[in-house]
Design a protein around this ligand. Structure first.
Ligand code: G3P
Ligand code: CA
Length: 337
């Protein structure tokens, strides 16, 4: 097994530097969330139409064990839960999705993400969709898969899904095994092999191991697993010289913050690329950093504009794909190459 993996890794090392623009991918981060409220079916349909290769689903569980597509454990930031269920907040003032049934969540309006400032709702990004306008709702994992698979049927394309299991330790503490349920749904919808169009992601390494060694075998499927990396401190061993090689026994790819690929302190004339992509490719891992946003305030000062930021990561650092709120711009960029 180890020998096979080593040979595979060597082949990947040989082939990966020659990956062309046509093989690089665009992952729609929470859908086309730069244009429509994140994780709504409308934002996912727009991402699909803009040419994304994969569409992301962040997943949390409801009180009645349904999987919903929601980034936060709580409903505060992206729905009107405070208006509909004002008495249902926990002591910390937050409305946890896990305290609500799916039927209750279906009564909520989904909206552009906001924060409270002096009692007012203020958008996280100023140029985005207005808060509380039109009619959006929270959808289930199954509803979203059915829409993407339906579009694959009607368009002849083969767009993939990119689900993330959100805070599995929190779910376990609440008595819920979210990972097993996610894997069961993947099986129900035909995502059963390493060449299925799915990457399953998590920030929790212990959960990744459990998925690889216990849950996938018990459900009877194999899919690609991606370890998300937010910083160098949660799992310092992954950043040691043999870290990616060790990780490759459990994962098929990494999803790092892009600050782990290009040093945020870089200057335009002196871009400092870390060794993470080389180490990961050396171990045969895909590299899909997050999150690329075209809003001027989200483009680091070492890049002249969003297109330059894409150029630096796709072609100078050599990543295989990126998560972006603006899939149209990343697709156009790759096509222009
Ligand atoms: O999963 C990749 C990226 O989405 C991680 O960040 O916080 O947006 O889920 P987050
Ligand atoms: Ca995510």
């Amino acid at each position: 097994m180890r020998a096979t993996k080593t040979v595979t890794a060597l082949l990947v090392v040989i082939l990966m530097p020659f990956k062309t623009y046509a093989q690089k991918i665009v992952i729609a981060h929470r859908g086309a969330s730069g244009y429509l409220p994140e994780h709504t079916l409308e934002a996912k349909a727009m991402a699909y139409a803009q040419g994304a290769h994969f569409i992301e689903q962040d997943l949390v569980m409801t009180k009645d064990d349904e999987l919903i597509v929601l980034h936060d454990l709580t409903l505060n930031r992206t729905t009107n839960v405070d208006e509909k269920f004002s008495e249902r907040a926990r002591d910390d003032g937050r409305y946890y999705a896990i305290d609500f049934t799916l039927d209750e969540i279906r009564t909520l309006s989904a909206t552009e993400g906001f924060r409270m400032e002096s009692g007012r709702k203020v958008k996280e990004f100023s140029n985005r969709f207005p808060i509380g306008k039109s009619a959006f709702r929270v959808s289930t994992f199954q509803e979203e898969i059915e829409m993407i698979q339906g579009l694959n049927t009607s368009t002849g394309r083969d767009v993939g899904i990119y689900p993330e299991i959100k805070q599995p330790a929190f779910h376990r503490k609440e008595g819920k095994d979210i990972s097993t349920r996610v894997v069961e749904v993947l099986k129900d919808y035909g995502y059963t092999r390493k060449d299925s169009k799915v990457f399953l992601q998590t920030f929790d390494y212990d959960e990744l191991v459990s998925i690889r060694e216990e849950i996938l075998p018990s459900v009877g499927i194999e899919v690609n697993l991606v370890m998300l990396l937010g910083n160098r401190t949660d799992y310092p061993w992954m950043f040691e010289p043999d870290g990616m090689a060790k990780l490759a026994f459990m994962a098929d790819g990494i999803g790092p913050s892009f600050d782990l690929i290009v040093d945020r302190g870089s200057e335009m004339r002196a871009i400092r690329i870390t060794d993470l992509v080389a180490q990961a490719h050396g171990a045969g891992l895909h590299v899909h950093p997050y999150t690329f946003r075209a809003n001027p305030e989200a483009v680091p000062h070492y890049a002249s504009d969003f297109e330059n930021l894409l150029e630096i990561h796709y072609f100078r650092a050599g990543v295989d794909g990126i998560f972006t709120d603006f899939p149209d711009q990343a697709v156009d960029f790759l096509q222009s190459r």
